[in-house]
Design a protein around this ligand. Sequence first.
Ligand code: XMP
Length: 173
Amino acid sequence: MEILISEEAIRARVVELGRAIEDEYRDRQLTIVAVLTGSLVFLADLMRQIRIPHRVGLYLASSYAGAVTEPGPELRIDRRFQPDVAGRDVLLLDDILDTGRTLGTLATGLREQGAASVRVAVLLRKLGRQVVPIEPDYVGFEIPDAFVVGYGLDFDDDYRHLPYIAVLDGRGQ
Ligand code: XMP
């Protein structure tokens, strides 16, 4: 496993993102809606760097099934923990923008539910993979087309605890 983004680099970038987001949403009613499970660590760190009042809601979405590194055809979304977003300024948060299917679907749904605005923040943007045209407003890091783990991202539900982002090689190591 090769470290792609160090713990220190992530920490510094999350502070920058937090400052930019709090400047943007000062005097507005911010609701962060995060896509679990991958964005769990990013959410926990980022929300503590956004020093203005905000609500947090959650989606549980999955498109990768088990020990595979390619998305499956079916995107499953559990909306049970999503707050009421009507009239709220929503920041949709995910760990990684890959094909864009997840965030594209969720952003459309939030607009349909009457959100006053919908912006998108991702820790990672994987280059050369996007098929759904969605432009994130906040991007932590752009990365090459490789399967990455750590800082919330998993392979077969493992490696989420790593404090850095690493590239997983073909044998899952
Ligand atoms: P889409 O294709 O909808 O995918 O943009 C977004 C979701 O796919 C997962 N994903 C990854 N998970 N390493 C991971 O651990 C990766 O390199 C990777 N690429 C995509 C992730 O759950 C994300 O929310």
